[in-house]
Design a protein around this ligand. Structure first.
Ligand code: GDP
Ligand code: MN
Length: 386
């Protein structure tokens, strides 16, 4: 799960990391009050979306008049910001972070990820901040340090000093940096993060370290023990079908094609997608209803698939191992009746109660292609999609 920058910075503040004084607003009319409350003469206004690259896309602006904060908010609130990290539709902006403007003397890069190979949290640092770290990695890899940190690391300060050296920090800054790494590591572990990135970490005009941006990903498998973080979930930043599926505990991934797939089991889903591809078609999604598929879940899955306007045909491929095919058949029929389906549906049921399932489908007063062989079913779906 991703956090917004402003949410990440709340966590930073909780862990004594230096962030700018700021306010989050959801309405343009609150912009002037926010600037006045923050005080000072210069501010930075930042569109909040789950994507980086906002600066280059016009989603971050330095201003010296609160009226500009109103203009900026009016321009972005309710609209979509497209950056090089988003898809072509971009991400909707529902809030603006207003901060006091920091005078920057240099921009650095700092992040932490889990390295599965060494089974450690690895900090990544570079003196080249504010830019695309992928470009630095490609063009000047010697400017990047990867430093693993262990649990209760006794040499933490030496390791922090190693990073500080690559960041070209002076003695004072290094003194600030050592507890910073300690705090970031605690934050990473205690909040079950999978990624933490500060780009840029800056040295301000006073020569002090300051976190100007905050990107945080939380390990979704740990959310059950992070109820406070779960409250920060922002569904508006997710693919609508994927969010709806996640809510219903269904595995769904949007793809580019036009054949909707409803399958039980990840392996069978892969096989189904391969078979569609083999016959020259393109799957519109990956949807695994799982082994506990009830009529209700199947109906829900059906609705989610049909919400994608690109879907021209739905291929249902169920192996009745745990799920009974007659239940699936009833679920499909219930869903088709519930949602107003105007596109063809190809159903292939195999396994437990497959014949009964096929019989239910063939008796239905709805136009369904019930095909027993996977290759034939996939071929038919590809044909119908064309
Ligand atoms: P991103 O483009 O989505 O990664 O957004 P950032 O939060 O990193 O902001 C983009 C850029 O805006 C930063 O790299 C800075 O150069 C600039 N910026 C952000 N906040 C401030 C600030 O307080 N003062 C100044 N001078 N520049 C800022
Ligand atoms: Mn950034």
């Amino acid at each position: 799960m991703n956090l917004h920058e402003y949410q990440g910075k709340l966590l930073f503040a909780e862990y004594d990391l230096p962030v700018s004084k700021g306010k989050i607003i959801f309405k343009a009319e609150d912009a002037i009050d926010a600037c006045n409350e923050i005080g000072g003469l210069k501010w930075v206004v930042k569109a909040q979306v789950h994507a980086g690259g906002r600066g280059k896309a016009g989603g971050v602006k330095l201003i010296d008049d609160p009226k500009e904060a109103v203009e900026f908010s009016k321009k972005w609130l309710g609209n979509r910001l497209v950056t090089y990290q988003t898809d072509k539709d971009g991400q909707v902006v529902n809030s603006i972070l207003i901060e006091e403007c920091t005078d920057i003397s240099s921009e650095l890069y700092l992040s932490a990820v889990i390295d599965r190979e060494s089974q450690k949290v690895v900090f990544i640092g570079s003196s080249e901040g504010g830019v695309n770290i992928e470009d630095v990695a490609k063009n000047s890899p010697e400017k990047i340090i990867y430093q693993g940190i262990e649990h209760k690391d006794l040499s933490l300060s030496i390791k922090a000093e190693n990073i500080a050296e690559v960041l070209k920090l002076n003695d004072d800054q290094t003194k600030q940096f050592i507890p910073m790494i300690d705090n970031l590591y605690r934050l990473f572990i205690e909040k079950d993060l999978s990624l933490l990135e500060i780009n840029p970490l800056v040295i301000n005009a006073n020569g002090d370290l300051h976190c100007l941006d905050a990107k945080i990903n939380i390990d979704s498998n740990a959310l059950f023990r992070q109820p406070e973080l779960l409250k920060m979930y922002d569904e508006t930043q997710e693919d609508p079908q994927e969010a709806e599926a996640a809510k219903n505990d269904l595995s769904y991934v949007s793809l580019e094609g036009n054949i909707g797939c409803m399958v039980n089991g990840a392996g069978l889903a892969m096989g189904t997608m391969d078979t569609i591809k083999f016959f020259g078609g393109n799957p519109a999604n990956f949807l695994d209803v799982g082994g506990t598929a009830t009529q209700e879940r199947v109906a829900k899955a059906f609705k989610i698939i049909l919400r994608d306007p690109d879907v021209k045909v739905v291929l249902v491929n169920i192996f009745g191992g745990i799920v009974r095919c007659d239940l699936i058949a009833e679920g499909v029929l219930a869903a088709i009746k519930e949602v107003d389906v105007t596109i063809p549906v190809v159903v292939r049921l195999e396994g437990n109660n497959a014949e009964l399932g096929a019989k239910i489908l063939s008796k239905a007063d709805i136009d369904i292609e019930s095909i027993n062989d996977l290759a034939d079913a996939a071929k038919k779906a590809v044909e119908l999609a064309e």
